[in-house]
Ligand binder design. Structure first.
Ligand code: DGJ
Length: 722
């Protein structure tokens, strides 16, 4: 049964208010709390008249006129700032005019409605469709654009944004996320000034390694976790992206999001439709925390494969053995996985290739048969042995890449991206396969498909990608080289579509030498992503904190390793627990006490994983503002919560105030109990075991760090309604 309030919301959410004047028509694209108002002006063009908090009275929307912000500005016409789209017609005319033809709203479910605007050029056979899909309960909007034409030769698309949004605020602050290998997702906030700020990627296959396709924009005043107006947005595209923030002479800001047109002037054949990736965004007038929770809820339900389903805990062998292992050693490691109590053993790089064995990263990529010296009995044997020991078997692949030292390179040089008349350029001694080519797509799909067909017991795949695109040229693309960056990504999606139609629920981690691929275009095919190769827990607090702004905890793979020699196993574990916890450690390095602690930690994690994976996240104290970090997850019923408290580089006797909790029910009473403690350790906070009202915990808070502070120490507190 639909509740009346919901029904009212649905009725309010999509409707044309009707003709304001004879030639003006207003359409509200709305969710429970957010409205985007689009108006067809008297000149037949479509304008963004409003974007922000939903108004309480429907009648108030009639106050909005078309205004001056065209919704999807075309290049070559009268606007003199950055356009959303710029094309070149067959006759060389470099302009586009888009006039309204029709709009349509259709309900896909109780939650989802799609609104489209059909626009066309009055003089040239070019059509553009603006799509807005709203997720009512999650307050998320997904926007993308379709472009098609009927000119004789290909239409040249110079710019082809997914979306454009306009703002008229006093001031604008942009939070961007950037980094490098092992320092992914560092956050930086700055005030935007007049002119343009561009965040973009040109890395192709590892598009997110330097700049992330994610941002938060605060309006008027700097937002914090609980207050301020925020737009949080993300481009769902596993390729080059570009975000342009441009403030004009009247202090209006336009935000243009989409594929990076860099080296990608797209030649679109007549009759074909170019569909841009989706820009996914939410708006919050209660700070960044709510914006994150909206995105998490959307992601779990719609954005991530099986986002609302449990994940597996695992033991990986990469940090432990590197390339040096054989089947005997692996079978022994299965015992370690069983001892720990995790669900999966994940065999990493180094298991394949014979003519050029994969004994280091210089050879073998492309030759995906088991190495006969290391694995004489094959994968089949490993799958069975793992099963016999009570764990699922998982395996690493990097199917889009090739080493020059490989049979694949020798037999199919035309399948590889490399420039004619130039030296080959390597990263990690490897080159990229040409996924624009359907034959290569078949090959890449076949790598996974053959393995799964022979070994249906494989329960987990780690899909890696360790180099960017550079010095590229595709034999397949012939005279359409500038389509390559886009077509390569579309080729990857074709492969992943096939993988998912045959193996719809196989757990798959998206890895890209750390966080080179961290966006929602790929995440609809993957269950989680590898946030960073850097597993030093101190660094991970910052990296995972950054990702938590946009991705739910069950998608952020976080492993306990020996990367950091300074930290304790307890600190490493508590940090990994805020995401999808796993291990990548030599268990022989663990003391008896650490092993005991870890076995119990896996049990604790399994007990708490429902609230961590599916609960609402509240970031309480930021590591960017303090020598500690605090965050908590609360389940939907507000009966259970898990609080994580991390001391970072805290000083001896540094004074920390109480931590005020969030997200609880003020009227409920909760017991607060420390969990995940080393055997024999005393509780780290004075109120352990006591019961408080939600109101007290949120208004007064808890003293979590008193007395002598130990840097890189932590506590996990289980909060349970009594
Ligand atoms: C890069 C990944 O991030 C690592 O976890 C590991 O899988 C290596 N590749 C293997 O080559």
């Amino acid at each position: 049964m639909i509740k009346t309030s919901t029904l009212a919301g649905i009725l309010l959410c999509f409707y044309a208010i009707g003709a304001k004047a004879q030639t003006e028509k207003q359409v509200i694209v709305g969710t429970r709390n957010v409205s985007l108002v689009l108006t067809v002006g008297k000149n037949g063009r479509v304008y963004q008249s409003y974007f922000g908090k939903k108004l309480l009275n429907a009648a108030d929307y009639t106050n909005f006129a078309a205004g001056r912000h065209e919704a999807y500005i075309t290049g070559g016409m009268e606007d003199q700032f950055q356009p959303a789209i710029q094309v070149k017609h067959n006759d060389g005319n470099p302009s586009l005019q888009l006039v309204y033809v029709s709009d349509n709203s259709s309900k896909k479910s109780d939650d989802i409605t799609e609104t489209t605007f059909n626009l066309k050029d009055p003089k040239y056979p070019v059509e553009v469709v603006l799509h807005y899909e709203t997720y009512f309960n999650e307050d998320v909007i997904k926007a993308w654009t379709e472009i098609k034409h009927n000119e004789k030769s290909p239409l040249i698309l110079n710019n082809y944004a997914s979306n454009m949004l306009h703002f008229d605020a006093d001031k604008y602050w942009l939070t961007q996320y950037h980094g490098d290998w092992a320092t992914e997702m560092m956050q930086q906030e700055s005030q935007l000034t007049s002119g343009s700020k561009v965040i973009e990627s040109k890395q192709g296959t590892r598009p997110d390694i330097y700049q992330e396709p994610l941002f938060m924009l605060s309006l008027n005043q700097q937002a914090d976790e609980t207050s301020g107006e925020v737009l949080a947005g993300s481009l769902a595209w596993t390729g080059n992206f570009k975000f342009q923030f441009e403030i004009d002479q009247l202090n209006s800001l336009r935000v243009i999001t989409g594929i990076n047109p860099y080296a990608s002037e797209y030649q679109l054949d007549a009759g074909k439709t170019f569909t841009t990736p989706a820009f996914i965004f939410t708006y919050s007038n209660s700070g960044k925390g709510l914006a994150s929770r909206n995105l998490h809820r959307w992601a779990r339900k719609y954005g991530v494969l099986d986002g609302d389903k449990p994940r597996a805990t695992l033991l990986n062998n990469w940090e432990n053995t590197g390339f040096k292992f054989d089947e005997k050693l692996l079978v022994n490691l299965f015992d370690d996985a069983t001892k720990l109590g995790v669900d999966v053993f994940l065999l990493d790089d180094g298991w394949f290739a014979n003519k050029y064995p994969r004994n280091n990263d210089k050879a073998g990529l492309g030759d995906w048969e088991e190495n006969k010296t290391k694995l004489p009995s094959g994968i089949e044997y490993l799958v069975k042995q793992a099963e016999a020991k009570g764990v699922k078997f998982g395996i690493w692949i990097e199917p889009e890449m090739v080493n020059p030292k490989s049979v694949l390179y020798e037999t199919h040089p035309d399948w590889i991206l490399k420039l004619p008349n130039r030296d080959e350029s390597y990263q990690r001694s490897q080159l990229v396969l040409d996924l624009a080519n359907p034959k290569v797509q078949d090959y890449v799909f076949g790598i996974l498909d053959n393995m799964m067909t022979k070994n249906p017991g494989i329960g987990y795949i780690k899909w890696d990608c360790n180099r960017t695109m550079s010095n590229t040229y595709s034999v397949y693309e012939k005279d359409k080289q500038s389509n390559l960056y886009v077509d390569n990504t579309l080729g990857l999606y074709k492969v992943l579509d096939r993988v998912r139609s045959k193996y719809p629920h196989l757990l798959m981690m998206l890895c890209s030498g750390g966080g080179g691929r961290t966006e929602y275009g790929a995440m609809k095919y993957f269950t989680e992503f590898w946030a960073s190769d850097n597993t030093d827990p101190l660094e991970r607090v910052y990296i995972q904190w950054g990702f938590s702004n946009f991705f739910p905890a069950n998608t952020i793979s976080a492993h306990i390793t020996s990367w950091s020699k300074l930290s304790t196993v307890k600190f490493r574990t508590d940090v990994a627990m805020m995401g999808r916890m796993g291990y990548d450690i030599n268990m022989k390095d663990m003391s008896e006490a650490d092993l005991k602690f870890s076995q119990q930690a896996v049990k604790n994690y399994k007990r708490l994983s429902d609230v961590i994976w599916f609960g609402d996240l509240y970031r309480l104290i930021s590591p960017y503002e303090s020598n500690r970090a605090d965050l908590m997850y609360v389940n939907e019923a507000k009966t259970k919560a898990a609080l994580f408290n991390y001391m970072l580089s805290a000083r001896y006797k540094e004074i920390f105030g109480k931590v005020k909790l969030q997200g609880l029910d003020p009227a409920k009473r909760y017991k607060v109990e420390e969990t995940n403690m080393m055997e024999g350790a005393k509780p780290s906070f004075p109120d352990n075991g006591k019961t408080f009202s939600g109101d007290y915990l949120m208004t007064v808070g808890l003293t979590l760090n008193a007395g002598r502070i130990i840097p890189q120490s932590s506590s996990v507190i289980e909060i349970t309604q009594q």
